[in-house]
Write a protein that binds this ligand. Structure first.
Ligand SMILES: Cc1cc2nc3c(=O)[nH]c(=O)nc-3n(C[C@H](O)[C@H](O)[C@H](O)COP(=O)(O)O)c2cc1C
Length: 358
């Protein structure tokens, strides 16, 4: 019997079930990085998830890598997030904000004129990035962060986390997956530094450990999660064979006891078994892209391989996914063409199931 629908204690909060809505960028924010009121509706509609992890959100203006992503570094952005937090809580849900610095996956037109596209090392990604006007162009060569730059990014994450808590959000998830800045530090292909942040597995893990520690120090470790994608190749990453870095990361973070580790994986492997064994608190698994995210795919994993599972696209088209799973109600299909388009279509207009309502 799966324990998917049973409660779970996550840090200082109680989750109603073990299904997490995975972080998903939806590009509905305005040019100032402020979410529209419809974002509160969108997230509240999905409050039946045990925990919502929001779309990737920039902790500073310099951290933005896509048009229309929200920020959490101005008062107006914080106010919009507090509307989201209030709406989700009123609907009985829990919500962490994903903080994302895109590093080298960024076009300079998206960031302030005095900011630079940064990364651990000056290694260009062989991908296209979006300009502020939405046109896709080759990624620029990033500038390697110096010590002062590293300290600034760490402070930006901590300051954004403080704003998240002030806005009433339950915590933050640090985006260490999918080829963005934190992942770029972890990977030997993107991190060729010769200082304390590169070279050995422990050194490659150092930046992520320092970001996590600084955020934990500001808002409490039990309000901080971390997402990783070991071996992930998205955004021109060469992360295969990098298991030692992830083990060093888990080792260094374990004494801090962050709220959770959220791992994207395609299939089970010795690394994942070992990560879960070493991780002292909640473990979250996303088997999405290749392993599948339907009930039959994820329910057997809960209790056996993970504490919680996260699910992405099904939550876009099924705001009441957990109820549909529990009551065996058919699931609606998502429409990819509206994942990233402005407006309410494909955002707040997927209905909850009405069929069997008494
Ligand atoms: C529209 C869309 C946007 C996404 N944006 C993010 C993001 O901002 N941060 C992140 O960590 N993952 C992001 N992802 C990855 C999802 O969190 C998830 O891992 C992926 O969709 C696979 O799970 P699924 O098969 O259940 O959808 C995104 C995925 C989709 C489909």
């Amino acid at each position: 019997m799966s324990t998917l629908f049973e409660p779970w204690k996550l840090g200082r909060i109680e989750l109603a079930n073990r299904v997490v809505m995975a972080p998903m960028t939806r590009n509905r924010a305005d040019v100032a990085g402020v979410l529209p009121d419809s974002a509160a509706t969108y997230y509240a509609q999905r409050a039946g998830a045990g925990l919502i992890v929001t779309e990737g959100t920039q902790p500073s203006a310099a951290a933005q890598g896509y048009p229309g992503t929200p920020g959490l570094h101005t008062d107006d952005q914080e106010k919009a997030w507090s509307r989201v937090a209030d709406a989700v809580h009123a609907a009985g849900g829990r919500i962490f904000c994903q903080l994302m610095h895109t590093g080298r996956i960024c076009h300079e037109s998206l960031i302030p004129a005095d900011a630079q596209v940064v990364a651990p090392s000056a290694v260009r990604a062989d991908v296209e990035v979006a300009r502020a006007d939405g046109v896709m162009v080759p990624a620029p060569e990033p500038v390697a962060l110096d010590q002062a730059g590293i300290a600034q990014v760490i402070e930006d994450f901590a300051a954004a986390a403080a704003r998240a808590v002030r806005a009433g959000l339950d915590g933050v998830e640090l985006h260490g997956a999918n080829g963005y800045l934190l992942h770029q530090f972890l990977s030997p292909g993107t991190n060729v530094r010769t200082d304390a942040y590169g070279g050995s597995p422990e050194n490659r893990a150092r930046f992520v450990v320092e970001v996590t520690a600084a955020v934990a120090d500001r808002i409490g470790a039990d309000r901080v999660g971390l997402r990783i994608s070991p071996g992930g190749q998205f955004n021109d990453m060469a992360d295969k064979g990098n298991e030692d870095t992830y083990l060093a990361l888990a080792e260094a973070l374990a004494p801090l006891r962050p709220a959770y580790l959220h791992t994207l994986r395609r299939r089970s492997s010795p690394l994942h078994t070992e990560l879960r064994r070493r991780w002292p608190t909640t473990y979250v698994l996303n088997t999405g892209y290749l392993g599948g995210s339907e009930l039959d795919d994820v329910a057997p994993l809960v209790g056996a391989e993970t504490d919680l599972v996260s699910v992405g696209r099904l939550f876009i088209s099924n705001p009441d996914l957990v109820r549909r799973w529990r009551e065996d109600i058919p699931r609606a299909e998502w429409d990819e063409s509206t994942f990233y388009t402005p407006g309410d279509a494909g955002y707040t207009d997927y209905p909850s199931w009405q069929g069997s309502d008494a």
